[in-house]
Design a protein around this ligand. Structure first.
Ligand code: ATP
Ligand code: SKM
Ligand code: MG
Length: 181
């Protein structure tokens, strides 16, 4: 069955909620381009996110993030996975609402921690107590992620394929994915 995507699907949520993993699978399923703002920033800067934070600081990263997301939202309907902090920016929220549909991947704290605890790629978690830091970010950001157009609960028992199906189902019910045949 062929599908048509009405506008760009923008995945938002905490680090480890699955924006990159689910975005990759969803784009494949819908046969549309997959874009990842973190990956695009790394390519543009020829540096990892951790290096950008270390050399230039978080405000510089946030500036680049906004520029990259504005550019990525300019193209044909796609799946765009954002960085975990992108949706905190009011300007980015406005861009997303003007040109796409936001989908919050809603994972609870234990699930997020289980996914990020062994990774060293997230500079904001390089603290003395990364578990506590993750909890603080989680609580501070929850009201902002709740502003997303759509939300899908990420359950620990879901595989990547299950979660991709749940997101696609939500998008179909919202009329963002339309069956063409
Ligand atoms: N059901 C699932 N849904 C999503 N991710 C899963 C699932 N099961 C296992 N994973 C793994 O959990 C991790 C999720 O991390 P991912 O990089 O996709 O998160 P992210 O939201 O893009 O984080 P960041 O904001 O740091 O970019 C990946 O390693 C992925 O393979
Ligand atoms: O949650 C965040 O603020 C971040 C998440 C990652 O995707 C990266 O964008 C970066 O590590 C910051
Ligand atoms: Mg990601």
């Amino acid at each position: 069955m062929a599908n048509e995507l009405a506008k760009t699907v923008v995945l938002v949520g905490m680090m480890g909620s699955g924006k990159t993993a689910i975005g990759t699978a969803l784009a494949k399923r819908l046969d549309v381009p997959f874009l990842d703002s973190d990956a695009e920033i790394e390519v543009a800067a020829s540096m990892s996110i951790a290096e950008i934070f270390a050399r230039y600081g978080e405000p510089f990263f946030r500036e680049k993030e906004e520029q990259v997301i504005a550019r990525l939202l300019d193209g044909a309907p796609s799946v765009l996975s954002t960085g975990g902090g992108a949706f905190l920016s009011p300007r980015i929220r406005q861009l997303v609402s003007d040109r796409g549909v936001s989908v919050f991947l809603d994972a609870d704290l234990p699930l997020l921690w289980s996914r990020v605890r062994h990774k060293t790629t997230r500079p904001l978690l390089r603290t003395d107590d990364p578990r506590r830091t993750l909890g603080e970010l989680f609580r501070a950001r929850a009201p902002v992620y709740a502003l997303a157009d759509l939300a899908v609960e990420a359950r620990a028992e879901y595989s990547i394929a299950d979660m991709t199906e749940a997101v696609a189902d939500t998008l179909s019910r919202a009329g963002i994915i339309k069956e063409t045949t």
